[in-house]
Design a protein around this ligand. Structure first.
Ligand SMILES: C[S@@+](CC[C@H](N)C(=O)[O-])C[C@H]1O[C@@H](n2cnc3c(N)ncnc32)[C@H](O)[C@@H]1O
Length: 315
């Protein structure tokens, strides 16, 4: 890992290859994080190429602005959610781009250094906002949402089988005192979870933390809204590359890419298409790309990564 930049980019070579970079093109890294992928993309660009970088987290923007400084005027970097990408580009007079990357989820910086309670192993205030400007933190959710709401969040966003038991424990506890820190939350989940032993067993609070983080940051809404708008700004032949780290996101991406490739809504027994829907993208590789066992050994964070790639086609 680079000393100065606390995030090891996942599938780095594969991302650069998948983007199929044209040196004079315009590329967008929607989740710049510590700038690892962006730096590799930037190295492929010629004097006419440009890189647009976004992140919801202002700390990520500060770290990456410094790292990508060598691009000079060829860099546009700002704090923004990727659901707003299309408006962001239009406001800057950019009509179309040649490639877009989304590397979803959390950065190592956020998990280990941000102090915002993303990790169940650290004693930090329960916050979990990637963008500190968001109105509700994990503290607000855990301490004010109804038991039904908490159960639904844990079930839908964490696929947590013990959602009801955990929600009940949280609500009972907060009747006496607010739940303030990440460790307090993790301990409450452990208290109502069966003891599991073994090296590969996941921490009982893994799913609870994932669920709350997704809810606090409206992560699935951001992704759905991005996917809805992105075809409009991609040039023919441009590649969209998306890395996800859990099945909920991966499913959304997979289904959308399939729909883009096969948009016809005619009944299967129609002799020919009458709906007129034409493909917007074709998938590059029908199966997701996964990190090698070597990469996973060097960077365990990569183990759940799934990269899907699609190329824009015009009717
Ligand atoms: C896995 S990290 C990206 C790491 C980056 N590729 C690198 O090489 O350092 C994910 C980043 O996406 C950001 N993020 C998550 N959801 C976002 C959204 N809706 N809009 C913009 N950034 C988002 C997070 O703040 C985090 O910095």
């Amino acid at each position: 890992m680079t000393m100065d930049y606390p995030h090891e980019p996942v599938l780095l070579r594969e991302v650069v290859e998948a983007l199929s970079i044209v040196p004079d093109g315009i590329y967008v890294d929607c989740t710049v994080g510590s700038g690892g992928h962006s730096e590799a993309i930037a190295r492929e660009l010629g004097p006419g190429g440009r890189l647009v970088c976004l992140d919801r987290d202002p700390d990520a923007v500060d770290i990456s602005r410094e790292r990508l400084n060598f691009l000079g005027q060829r860099l546009i970097i700002a704090q923004a959610g990727f659901a707003a990408l299309v408006d962001f580009l239009q406001e800057r007079g950019i009509e179309q781009v040649d490639g877009v990357l989304l590397d979803l989820g959390l950065s190592s910086y956020q998990l280990e250094k941000s102090g915002r309670g993303f990790s169940f192993l650290r004693e930090e205030p329960l916050d979990m906002r990637m963008d500190p400007g968001l109105s509700k933190s994990a503290f607000d959710l855990v301490n004010t949402a109804s038991m039904q709401e908490l159960e639904k969040i844990l079930k839908e966003y964490g696929e947590e089988k013990r959602a009801r038991v955990i929600a009940k424990k949280l609500v009972r506890t907060r009747e006496g005192r607010p739940i303030r820190t990440s460790l307090e939350l993790a301990e409450l989940v452990c208290a109502v979870s069966p003891v599991r032993r073994g090296r590969k067993v996941r921490h009982p609070a893994t799913k609870t933390f994932q669920a709350l983080r997704i809810a606090v940051n409206h992560e699935l809404d951001q992704l759905a809204s991005f996917l809805e708008k992105i075809p409009a700004v991609m040039r023919e032949g441009g590649r969209l590359v998306i890395i996800s780290y859990h099945s909920l996101e991966d499913r959304i991406v997979k289904q959308r890419m399939e729909k883009w490739e096969h948009p016809c809504t005619c009944p299967p027994d129609f002799p020919q298409c009458v709906c007129g829907n034409k493909p917007l993208f074709i998938r590059v590789g029908k199966r997701p790309f996964r990190p090698s066992s070597r990469e996973i050994a060097m960077n365990p964070r990569a183990r759940s990564a799934s990269m899907r790639v699609a190329e824009r086609v015009l009717q």
